[in-house]
Design a protein around this ligand. Structure first.
Ligand code: ATP
Length: 279
């Protein structure tokens, strides 16, 4: 991947559309102090997704928009487009089929920001992913600004290690590893929560098991009670039928005994003969 051209409009000291064509080999931007040479590097960094206004030598991100000059009013937006050609290796992912791509970043006064790849709106993340390990990422070794060489020489071993790692192109893997570790931590978190839920469920299941046992026992005992009640009812009925039969027998006995001969009858009370009336 190689930068082929840089197009600026409304960016810092470039109010008009300005195009830099970078031929193969070394390109040099020459000019007197303060003419805007570092603004060219800022434009490249900004287009690649730089998020720190300080690193672009401003206080707020809006400082990258042309602020106006004596004879000219301020711009309403800053726009920078970088044109890349694929070179020896194709572009990564879905852009592999393109021989060239254009990356554009826009910032309007008021804060609206846009990123585009080949004129299609994309997220900042898509731009960052595209350049991961290409050596062109906004934080990578390909930008060595004024004073940076001294910084590198003075850097502590671990800082220098980061630089070497970036240059060796393992940034993508480190980023993936960090992402995987984040996902792993979040999965472990979820797992912990699931274990809590499973424990609670096991407790409730045990309690429900106890309740089911009690319900089954209750049903069984109720059925037995019903059976016993039927038996008792049948037994009482049978006893009552037997009593009735015995009583009926006794009644018949008593009636038979009352009709037997020789048994003194009660004298029947006769009416006295009528007294004859006189002649
Ligand atoms: P040096 O040689 O000192 O490093 P340089 O050539 O790299 O300087 P820069 O620092 O890139 O120059 O540019 C500084 C110039 O850009 C200043 O004149 C400054 O006024 C101008 N500038 C920066 N931001 C803006 C802006 N938002 N609007 C207009 N002009 C701007």
């Amino acid at each position: 991947m190689r930068i082929r051209k840089l197009e600026l409009q409304g960016f810092k000291s470039f109010p008009d559309r300005t195009v830099f064509h970078f031929a193969r080999g070394i390109s040099v931007v020459v000019g007197p102090n303060g003419c805007g040479k570092s603004n060219v590097v800022d434009a490249v960094k900004w287009c690649l997704g730089e998020q720190s206004a300080r690193s672009l030598r401003g206080k707020a991100m809006e400082d990258v928009i042309f602020a106006g000059s004596e004879g000219r009013g301020p711009s309403g937006l800053a726009e920078v487009t970088l044109g890349f050609e694929a070179g020896d290796e194709p572009f990564p992912g879905e852009y592999a089929r393109f021989p060239e791509i254009q990356v554009t970043r826009r910032l309007f006064r008021g804060g609206r920001a846009e990123y585009l790849i080949n004129q299609q709106r994309v997220r900042l993340r898509d731009v960052q992913d595209l350049f991961l390990d290409s050596g062109a990422g906004n934080r990578l070794y390909s930008f060595i600004e004024q004073g940076r060489i001294g910084e590198i020489v003075r850097a502590r071993p671990e800082e220098r290690r980061t630089l070497v790692e970036e240059a060796a192109g393992i940034g993508r893997y480190k980023a993936r590893r960090a992402e995987a570790e984040r996902k792993l931590a979040s999965t472990l978190d979820n797992l912990g929560r699931l274990e809590d839920v499973a424990e609670e469920m096991a407790r409730r299941l045990k309690e429900l098991g106890r309740q089911v046992g009690r319900a089954v026992r209750h049903k069984l005992l109720k059925a037995r009670l019903r059976q016993a009640e039927v038996f008792v009812g049948m037994a009482s009925y049978a006893a009552l039928v037997a009593d009735r039969r015995a009583l009926a027998e006794r009644l018949r006995e008593a009636e038979r005994a009352g009709r037997r001969p020789g048994r003194r009858r009660r004298p029947c009370r006769r009416r006295p003969p009528p007294v004859a009336a006189g002649p």
